[in-house]
Design a protein around this ligand. Sequence first.
Ligand SMILES: [Zn+2]
Length: 73
Amino acid sequence: MPIYEYECRDCKLVFEVIRSFGSADLPLECESCKSDKIERMVSNFYSMSSGPISSTGHSSCGSCSGGNCSSCH
Ligand SMILES: [Zn+2]
């Protein structure tokens, strides 16, 4: 399960919670001051930029690097 990072707006505590998918925005209270003003921080978990690009028509054919030679597509 993914680990989400939250910050308490009241005491500025940052803590991590392991939650299931779809539970990230469910109400949560601060571990320290029990405030419910919790803000979810952007996590690296959602960074998918390193994955392969597919079905966009811009992948290279292997004989070139730009994806726009005569044997591409
Ligand atoms: Zn707090």
